[in-house]
Ligand binder design. Structure first.
Ligand SMILES: [Fe+2]
Length: 168
């Protein structure tokens, strides 16, 4: 069992992870529309990561004998002005996710809910990696912006990204 406050907060985060997936599918669509199939693939793989994150919260709630509650979600942004804009927004989104994970950790810490704290430690490490991935990608797309040939090669490279469920 968990407190009502923590159950609600974890549920909110589970739904936000699903929303993150929604945001990345919208980014994939924009990339596909702009003849960047490799970038589109990159974001679709990212959506698989987000679903994995959501299900981690889902399974944690079940283990704690609490009920995951699915909610509707707002519309994601579908329009972007450039690839740089896409990655700026993706990085901004991940920073927001990190802030949410930290707030969850604050609640778990206040309640001395050690199992939740342990589960959240995994997410804190994961968010460091996510921000690292997106800030690296943003630096790369800023460097190649306007160089069609380099974008073409980067797009080919990104087409090979695969989703590997992270080790527990
Ligand atoms: Fe996530």
């Amino acid at each position: 069992m968990l407190s009502e406050k923590l159950t609600k907060a974890i549920n909110k985060q589970m739904n936000y992870e699903l929303f993150s997936g929604h945001v990345y599918v919208a980014m994939a669509s924009w990339c596909a529309e702009n003849d960047l199939p490799g970038f589109a693939h990159f974001f679709l793989v990212q959506e698989q990561e987000e679903r994995f994150h959501a299900m981690k919260f889902f399974n944690f709630l079940l283990e704690m004998e609490e009920r995951p509650i699915l909610k509707g979600m707002p519309d994601p942004d579908n329009e972007y002005v450039s690839l740089v804009d896409v990655f700026e927004k993706a990085l901004e989104h991940e920073k927001g996710v990190t802030a949410r994970i930290y707030s969850l950790m604050d609640i778990a810490t206040d309640e001395k809910e050690y199992r939740t704290m342990s589960m959240l430690n995994w997410f804190i490490d994961e968010q460091r990696e996510e921000e690292d991935t997106f800030s690296g990608m943003l630096a790369t797309v800023r460097r190649v912006e306007g160089h069609g040939n380099q974008i073409y090669h980067l797009d080919k490279e990104l087409a090979t990204r695969t989703f590997t469920p992270p080790a527990e």
